[in-house]
Design a protein around this ligand. Structure first.
Ligand SMILES: NC(=O)c1ccc[n+]([C@@H]2O[C@H](COP(=O)([O-])OP(=O)(O)OC[C@H]3O[C@@H](n4cnc5c(N)ncnc54)[C@H](O)[C@@H]3O)[C@@H](O)[C@H]2O)c1
Length: 285
């Protein structure tokens, strides 16, 4: 299997060399040391993909290497062109090409509103939020692009319910996630027909390490440590579910597979049905 976006009209199953939905696919997952990204790595491997990783945290990277010795792990900051380029090179050297780029990098703002933030704090925190949540996604696409074009591959960026509704994050997080949604739209438009670009927009997620922005003094605060989070997540969704990265990972599998070969510029929303609920501000994203 050489590409995620075949133009030859073959169905996904017709071109698969193994049994998995991603058999033969070569993927790079950026931000995969914990949470949703790590779940994507595991699900992709179950479905037959070979996966490489770019991760900033050295301890998480070492754990990944210990648990999955055949996964090439590049330790580096995805907000820099150099780290993305090194990770793409490592993936291509290991696999001979690249079919799928996934980005799961993100940082949170713990619902801070414009009225609560000093102007000087906004000045710094805005740049930090957009550097991590938006620029890292664009730079990873830039680094992978020649290889994705060659393989007629695909890109998956991580949005959020905050890419669609207010109240699940503060003004900086929501704005940054709307911008990721903008990347999906702009890149899908620009890169068709060679490369498909889609988003996954998870709802609040259990079992991740998502932390606050250092510029807001929130780097030691983990969203998952919020008391009563599982109950609160389930209570506010029409489906009454509190989802984990393992749940979301199958949306990434679908969008990375040829079963979605007619989809670009779209998003899958594993969020318990937020679109048919009423968005309201509360203290649990
Ligand atoms: N946790 C939630 O409730 C939730 C809900 C919706 C969307 N999201 C989004 O899902 C994505 C994944 O979040 P998560 O909850 O799994 O958090 P997480 O912190 O567990 O995963 C993010 C990973 O990216 C890594 N990372 C962070 N900055 C990086 C950088 N500059 N370079 C390289 N790696 C970096 C982290 O070390 C971590 O391993 C984020 O974009 C987040 O905004 C999370």
């Amino acid at each position: 299997m050489s590409g995620a976006n075949s133009a030859n009209g073959a169905t996904g199953t017709g071109r698969m060399s193994g049994n998995g939905w991603l058999a033969g696919r070569r993927a790079l997952v950026v931000g995969a040391g914990s949470g949703i990204g790590r779940a994507v790595v595991d699900a992709f491997r179950v479905e037959g993909a070979r996966v490489a990783v770019l991760e900033r945290d050295p301890d998480k990277s070492a754990r990944l290497t210990a648990e999955l010795p055949d996964v090439p792990v590049t330790v580096g900051d995805a907000t820099t062109p150099g780290a993305n380029s090194a990770a793409v090179t490592a993936a291509v050297n290991a696999f001979g090409g690249l079919d799928v780029l996934v980005n799961c990098v993100g940082v949170f703002d713990f619902y801070r509103g414009v009225a609560e933030l000093d102007a000087e704090v906004i000045d710094r925190a805005f740049d930090d939020m957009f550097r991590v949540n938006v620029k890292s996604h664009l730079l990873s696409v830039k680094a992978a692009l020649p290889h994705l074009r060659a393989s007629r591959g695909c890109v998956l960026l991580t949005e959020s319910t905050s890419a669609y509704y207010p109240g699940r994050g503060g003004v900086l997080y929501v704005a940054s996630k709307f911008a990721v949604r903008g990347l999906v739209t702009a890149l899908a438009h620009e890169l068709a027909p060679e490369v498909r670009v889609n988003g996954v927009a998870p709802g609040g997620t259990l079992g991740t390490d998502l932390r606050g922005l250092p510029g807001l003094g929130l780097e030691d605060r983990r969203l998952d440590d919020t008391p009563g989070r599982a109950e609160a997540l389930a209570a506010r969704t029409p489906l009454g579910v509190a989802l984990s990265g393992d749940d979301h990972a199958w949306s990434y599998v679908f969008l990375a597979s040829e079963r979605s070969r007619g989809i670009t510029g779209g998003s899958v929303h594993p969020d318990g049905g937020m679109a048919v609920s009423t968005a309201r501000r509360e203290e649990h994203a």
